[in-house]
Design a protein around this ligand. Structure first.
Ligand SMILES: [Cu+2]
Length: 499
């Protein structure tokens, strides 16, 4: 219907109503009679409701309309976790309840049905409603009954709705909550994907993961000690095949709600930064570049972020035990080509000896080490052990580095490789031996009366390893010499570098 036509009609109705006495059969309830007088409302449509993680499409309508919402309360046994079932009380058979999307200024005609199989009466408090109880006062509905009330969506924003029947905490704890988005008149900035994620805490008699149909535990609920904290109604609702899916380059919007009943969520996506956050579900982007946003119990938030790199991004309540021990963990799988300028992937995997200690610590350690060495040197028993250790280490270096040429027992391979066992050349000058290992050696030399004229390439060893291996060769196969200290090798190293 055209707006002008409707306006005339409404106007005529109002005028004629004013001119005439009240009708003989009064309307059963007040309220619905008044809404026909709103000249802003053009036409009528049925709301499309979606189960999480889906969100109804953005509203492109440029005018307000009457939106009919049909929502049925059902008490259903559903999966809480693998092997764990729970009797959920739901709006639309789902936890969280079905997502409702209307436009600012719309007249919402709400029909709440309570399935005949229900054991409890229920109602609904929509935080988007301006009016007593947010609709609760008009929607108390016994099993097998339905209620109707209307409200004008005056305030845009993302609002929680929940059951408000006593005991309220218990109805909420059993899953009776969802989100209604009142889209601002001007719409939201476009996003490529929109998702519905709602957290809730659950209180079961059994511990987390305890199998079977779990009854509600009032005491735990009062003490705020949940057995489960989950996104979208169960452990793993957004994991694996159920992960949210998007592509590199897309902008994603999350409509986040928190049903509580008790916990506040520190909502975080591991590996992403929220470009915009509409804090507390308002319609003004109040923050940019946010890591973690707080979502109050009975509150919401909207976040937008662009996906720059592929991978699996983990949604958590960053009160992190809830994520890894109580279920508050979801996934977003992002497909697409890598962008190595943004994120390289693993570049290095190497053993890591650790950073050197802080200078003050280092000095202290050096002093202690010096004291220890002095003590060890003064005690023949200990110094004997330390020599053994050095010999063992030296043997290992020898086997890896020198063995190929000088042979297993240091016997060499005359006339190419001189012997080290009982080598007069080696034992005559230990500094020369150290220098030879550091720099390599060539030219004619005579070892045990035999001439050698080959080339020994410099070996790439640390000063410590050189000290160990030279100690080893000078104390093996009939040789008997001193322990070569690292300090001594360092000194020779420095001298030979200066030559
Ligand atoms: Cu209820």
């Amino acid at each position: 219907m055209k707006r002008t036509a409707l306006f005339t009609l409404v106007l005529a109705a109002t005028l004629s109503f004013a001119a005439e006495p009240p009708p003989a059969t009064p309307a059963p309830l007040p309220g619905p009679a008044a809404k026909g007088t709103d000249p802003d409302i053009v036409g009528e449509e049925k709301a499309l409701l979606t189960a999480a993680p889906n969100v109804p499409p953005p509203i492109t309508r440029k005018h307000a309309t009457k939106v009919i919402v049909n929502l049925e309360v059902r008490e259903v046994v559903k999966r809480m976790a693998d092997g764990v079932e729970y009797l959920f009380w739901t709006f639309g058979g789902e936890v969280p309840g079905l997502f409702i999307r209307v436009r600012e200024g719309d007249l919402v005609e709400f029909h709440l049905g309570n399935h005949p199989n229900s054991k409890m009466p229920h109602n609904i408090d929509l935080h988007a409603v301006t009016g007593p109880g947010g609709g609760a006062a008009s929607s108390f509905t016994a099993p097998g009954h339905k209620s109707q009330f209307s409200f004008k969506a005056l305030n845009p924003g993302l609002y929680v709705y929940h059951c408000a029947t006593a005991p309220v905490g218990m109805h909420v704890a059993n899953g009776m909550y969802g989100l209604i988005f009142v889209e601002p008149k001007g719409g939201m900035p476009p996003a490529d994907k929109e998702f519905y994620v709602m957290q809730g805490d659950f209180y079961t008699k059994g511990k987390f993961g305890e199998e079977g149909l779990q009854p509600f535990d009032m005491e735990k609920a009062i003490d705020e000690r949940p057995s489960y904290v989950v996104f979208n109604g169960s452990v793993g609702a957004l994991v694996g095949d159920n992960a949210l899916k998007a592509k590199v380059g897309e902008t994603v919007r999350l409509f986040i709600g928190n049903g509580g009943p008790n916990l506040v969520s520190s909502f975080h996506v591991i590996g992403e930064i929220f470009d915009h956050v509409y804090q507390e579900g308002g319609v003004v982007p109040t923050q940019e570049q946010v890591q973690t946003t707080l979502v109050p119990a009975g509150g919401s938030a909207i976040v937008d972020f662009k996906l720059d790199v592929p991978g699996t991004f983990i949604l958590v309540d960053h009160s992190i035990f809830r994520a890894f021990n109580k279920g508050a963990l979801g996934m977003m799988k992002v497909d697409g080509p890598p962008n190595l300028l943004v994120y390289s992937g693993k570049e290095v995997d190497a053993t890591y000896p650790g950073e050197s200690a802080f200078p003050s610590t280092e000095a202290k350690v050096a002093t202690l080490e010096a004291q220890m060495k002095k003590a060890i040197a003064g005690d023949p028993k200990i110094s004997g052990i330390s020599k053994e250790i050095i010999m063992e280490k030296g043997k290992r270096v020898y086997a890896q580095t020198c063995f190929a040429c000088h042979q297993a027992e240091g016997q060499g391979l005359p006339p190419v490789f001189p012997p080290l066992a009982k080598s007069d050349y080696l034992m005559a000058d230990r500094d020369r031996a150290i220098r030879g290992v550091i720099k390599g050696q060539s030219g004619e030399m005579v070892v045990n009366g035999q001439k050698y004229n080959g080339v020994m390439p410099p070996v790439l060893l640390s000063d410590e390893q050189i000290a160990q291996v030279v100690t080893y060769v000078m104390n093996s196969w009939g040789n008997s010499g001193d322990i070569i200290t690292v300090e001594h090798v360092k000194k020779i190293h420095a001298e030979s570098a200066n030559q």
